[in-house]
Ligand binder design. Structure first.
Ligand SMILES: Cc1ncc(COP(=O)(O)O)c(C=O)c1O
Length: 351
């Protein structure tokens, strides 16, 4: 069980609404969003579309639903979507697109830094007579690859291959503002080559709920029906949209603080006994490292007892994520506790 005062580095999804955000929630004007007249949701959708440089947006409860609705809108039954081998869509979204849409997911390799080779995407397109390759999905930042930020020119090179093959491009931009801040660009420029983009308010931006799918107006009109079909039509959703709008307006630029804290954390534990970590690999708000010679799950349990929570991507692979609710001082405390626990966990017996 997480301790009440633990330094929680499991994910940037654990943030709690700030006082100012709670005030925005309390003051939210609401209507019925399924009937199209919740003014706060409409304002959020306009702001999100403008910020990401697309024509229209659709507010949905989660990043998973944003991606699912994107896939169901771009692809028909029997179509194929190309995804990175480490894509969140492939590993953590319950195989929604295959299960609900009859869409095959075809994986192409992500390297350790999340990169996909354009030649691999080109080679993954099916020939005429085979299932249609309707979509290429990219992810930025790339969660399972160290939170890597993929530059605009690399996104564009992949999008060019997709478009040349007649496929659309969807970006799972759950943390697209982390990518933009890390790359010192704006999010709209970063995703200019994509047809649709999803992003989350409930991660680095610190809102309690919600994500958005953005794209051309006609695409979003079709997506709105699909959101209804998968049960994502919410009613007085302005209550939560108000927090998302507040987050979009106030919490984008401060992501740089989270990135600085992630670098501080990485520098503080790189070189500690048993830790394999390259601080140069920290692009955004995630710090991944491997443990050698001690038991990973045992380390996590002891660290939790010491008041620092992290997630395990594999038994020996740890992930720590910085966010709005973690200060630089807490990072220093976390570094001390991590080093103490590393020194105390017994070395694993060689097998
Ligand atoms: C890259 C990426 N895409 C999508 C999601 C799904 O978001 P949600 O948890 O809101 O469904 C996540 C969640 O962590 C993610 O990291």
């Amino acid at each position: 069980m997480p301790q009440v005062h633990a330094i929680d580095l499991r994910s940037d999804t654990v943030t709690r609404p700030t006082e100012a955000m709670r005030q925005a929630i309390a003051a939210a004007e609401v209507g019925d969003d399924v009937l199209g007249d919740d003014p706060t949701v409409l304002a959020l959708e306009r702001a999100a579309a403008a910020r990401i440089g697309k024509e229209a947006a659709l507010y949905v409860p989660s990043g998973t639903m944003a991606n699912l609705v994107a896939l169901l809108t771009h692809c028909g039954r029997g179509d194929e979507a190309i995804v990175g081998s480490e894509a969140h869509i492939l590993h953590h979204e319950g195989a929604g697109a295959p299960a609900l849409g009859g869409i095959s997911l075809r994986a192409v390799p992500n390297d350790a830094r999340g990169r996909i080779a354009p030649a691999d995407v080109r080679a993954a397109f099916r020939p005429a007579g085979a299932p249609r390759t309707a979509l290429v999905c990219l992810e930025n930042t790339q969660n399972r690859c160290g939170g890597a930020a993929i530059p605009e020119r690399e996104m564009r090179a992949l999008a060019d291959v997709a478009h040349a093959g007649g496929a659309a491009v969807h970006v799972d931009g759950a943390r697209i503002f982390n990518a933009a801040v890390a790359l010192e660009t704006d999010a709209a420029t970063l995703v200019a080559s994509a047809d649709s983009v999803s992003f989350c308010f409930s991660k680095g931006l610190g809102a309690p709920v919600g994500s958005v799918l953005t794209g051309p107006r006609a695409f979003i009109d079709r997506a709105r029906l699909i959101r209804r079909q998968v049960g994502g039509g919410m009613r007085q959703a302005g209550i939560i949209a108000a927090a998302a709008l507040y987050a979009l307006e106030h919490h984008v630029d401060r992501l740089a603080d989270d990135h600085a804290n992630a670098r501080r954390l990485a520098a503080g534990i790189a070189g500690a006994p048993h830790v394999r970590l390259d601080p140069q690999g920290v692009d955004s708000n995630m710090v991944f490292f491997e443990l050698d010679g001690i038991d990973g799950p045992g380390f996590r349990t002891r660290l939790a007892e010491a008041g620092v929570l992290c997630s395990g991507m594999a038994p020996q692979r740890m992930r720590m994520v910085t966010h709005l609710d973690v200060t630089a001082e807490q990072i220093d405390t976390a570094i001390e506790r991590i080093r103490t626990v590393l020194a105390a966990v017994p070395a694993a017996r060689a097998s």
